[in-house]
Unconditional design. Structure first.
Length: 120
């Protein structure tokens, strides 16, 4: 009887271990970013209000300084592709400038958007 219990205990622990490994792997597969802490299914629709509130007062078509027009996805796209968006917003955090810092929540959303391939 005692032997059976011990065997049962081992099998249970083994089962639990296998289960937890499986779960971790699944989460990692759905979320390749170590920084994005939530669902990666973030698209431009969720990012657009952030860009509008924190970027477009400087980055818009009416400026003649050619720093990009971020009022549309198409306008932002070249900076997503050349890595400048990631570099200035997520790594160096020098954008936005002019006192409009991004909140931790906003940065998190942008990290998840990146993990989702900056999906439109
Ligand atoms: C107060 C004005 C202002 C705000 C707000 C602002 N920027 Fe900028 N941004 C600039 C200026 C000016 C430059 C040109 C380089 C410099 O002076 O640093 C620039 C440059 C950039 C560049 C590089 C462009 C290039 O030509 O390579 C990126 C990318 C960028 N900003 C992203 C953003 C994002 C994303 C936001 C919002 C989260 C933002 N910026 C908010 C003024 C601003």
């Amino acid at each position: 009887m005692k032997k059976t219990l011990i065997v049962f205990a081992f099998v249970s622990v083994g089962f639990v271990l296998i289960q937890s490994c499986g779960t971790t792997k699944e989460v990692v597969e759905n979320n390749p970013s170590s920084v994005c802490k939530s669902d990666i299914n973030v698209t431009y629709a969720q990012i657009q209000p952030i860009i509008e509130a924190k970027c477009t007062r400087c980055h818009n078509a009416s400026k003649k300084n050619s720093i990009g027009d971020f009022t549309s996805f198409q306008g932002l796209k070249p900076y997503l592709e050349n890595g400048q968006f990631e570099k200035l917003v997520l790594i160096k955090k020098t954008m936005p400038k002019g006192g409009d810092d991004l909140s931790v929540e906003e940065l998190g959303k942008i990290e998840c958007w990146k993990a989702n391939g900056y999906k439109n």
